[in-house]
Design a protein around this ligand. Structure first.
Ligand code: GSH
Length: 202
């Protein structure tokens, strides 16, 4: 059975949990405790060279990085709706996978980590970066329902968790109606699962 090296509070892990649930794939969670530094122990570093979660072991196929895992899962277990084979559509999906790894991570995700893990850093600067990212996301979604290809794809799965959890990092989400409507569309997908504070408690 597929194994997911998992930390419950991690939005990057949640991308993988969400995709596995939507695709109906059974799996086993292998907990990795970040406070105990388990991600930097040699056994785990042999799986993930940067010592981060998530990673998977699919019957001996090891894969790390949430975006790469989404590509793998959708290609192996999903269909070309989730990860297109058309060159234009695939490129459009990858634009957003890059946003998930860069702008979404360095804005909303880092702002959240600073608050919930009490990490040092320039909170104001990161919060502003988070707001700029959500503003761009909102602008893009004003004229479309999904990030790419006019349908749900792994692009939406990759960007969703740190958008939905941005408020935990004290990033104001109230000014982004198109983004908030897209968040609700994702939360209505068949097979959707949440995590702590996701969907946002009312
Ligand atoms: N680009 C990676 C980022 C992974 C990442 O930063 N994971 C965090 C948890 S969300 C982590 O493992 N942090 C612990 C550390 O860096 O030691 C991905 O998308 O999987």
């Amino acid at each position: 059975m597929l194994k997911l090296y998992d930390t419950p509070i991690s939005g990057n892990c949640h991308k993988v949990r969400l995709m596995l649930s939507i695709l109906g794939i059974e799996y086993e969670k292998i907990p990795v405790s970040l406070p105990d530094g388990e991600q930097k122990k040699p056994d785990y570093m042999a799986i993930h060279p940067f010592g981060k979660v998530p990673a998977i072991d699919d019957d001996g196929v090891y894969m790390w990085d949430s975006q790469a895992i989404l590509v793998y899962l959708a290609t192996k277990y999903g269909n070309t709706d989730w990860y297109p084979d058309d060159p234009v559509e695939r490129g459009q999906v990858h634009s957003w996978l890059s946003v998930a790894a860069n702008e979404m991570f360095n804005g909303p995700a880092v702002a959240r980590a600073m608050i919930i893990f009490n990490r040092e850093g320039d909170q104001e600067k990161v919060r502003k970066a988070g707001e700029a990212t959500l503003k761009a996301l909102d602008g893009w979604l004003e004229s479309r329902d999904w990030l790419a290809c006019n349908r749900p794809t792994i692009a939406d799965i990759a960007v969703y968790p740190y958008a939905a959890l941005a408020w935990e990092g004290h990033v104001d989400m109230s000014a982004y109606p198109a983004m908030n409507a897209w968040i609700k569309r994702i939360e209505a997908l068949p097979g959707y699962i949440g995590m702590k504070n996701m969907p946002r408690p009312v």
